[in-house]
Design a protein around this ligand. Sequence first.
Ligand code: SAM
Length: 317
Amino acid sequence: MEEKRQFKKLRISLTDTCNLACTYCVEDEKGHQMPPENGAKPLTLNEFVATIETLHTALQLESVRLTGGEPLLYRNIVPLVAAIKAMGISNIGLTTNAYYLKSLAAKLKRAGVSSINVSLDALDAAVFKTMTRKPLLEKTLEGIHTANRLGIPMKINAVILKGMNDNQVLPLLNFGRETGIPVRFLELMRMGYLHHKYAQYFYPEKEMLQLIERTFTIHPEARVASSTANYWKLEGTHYRFGIIANESTPFCADCNRLRLDSYGNIYGCISSANGVSLKNATLGNKQQVQESLVKAMQQKQNVKFVGSELSMQYLGG
Ligand code: SAM
């Protein structure tokens, strides 16, 4: 009998604001602000803790990832990490642009952050600025080096856009080899303002591999269940890189992620723009929580990634 699908990984958008304005995420430098429905207010620290605790009790979560918007802009991030650890969840990941990482990395590690993914789309300062609309490459690199020196397991995520930063694939791979940090290249996902015009910038997995194979001999590794990335090893080294290819190699079928936005809505799928409010369901009412989780599970896709007009800024990338 097929095992019943269950949520096991929780991704939380701690805030929908960000200090960068990446071209694949928002339309202009101001960043797109979506007015919260019904004047909803962002969750307080206590509300975040209560919501995560309720979800953990219901689902026995394996891991929590803190993202956004930019999660390091959420001022209670350190106590929140400590509270999640105290719930017995030891796999606590963070996805960040690293701008504030230099000053926060040690505190986050002490509080319980177990791994960090940094978004770095270019090593060339001009390309970095085109991608993020901010001239902040140096701060990002400082953040990466600080966390790496502290021994926090890390990955680098780079969204590759045709004609914009495809010339950064090899420099990023070499940076990964030098620092020992696995780089994962992402295909553009049809999200947010690019939902209907993503083809203009789409750079497929196949071309990424062809580009890398001009310089390196590579060997594919077996995919780990529910993983977003496929990995390859560079011949003659221990270094592995990944590709997250929602479009070319969708991984919807065994996705076990649940998302929580900063207003208390849960989403069973990144392609759903309709959150299920957990604020209305009384957190203490087990049946209401279960009903909300069933609604979220119904949003899951099985085969193909569809995307939505909602930017990942709200859902947590
Ligand atoms: N601010 C943090 C950061 O930069 O890592 C966390 C949030 S950001 C939305 C997380 C990541 O989501 C981005 O760096 C990128 O890897 C991914 N992302 C956002 N929009 C995307 C899109 N349309 N296609 C592919 N990846 C996207």
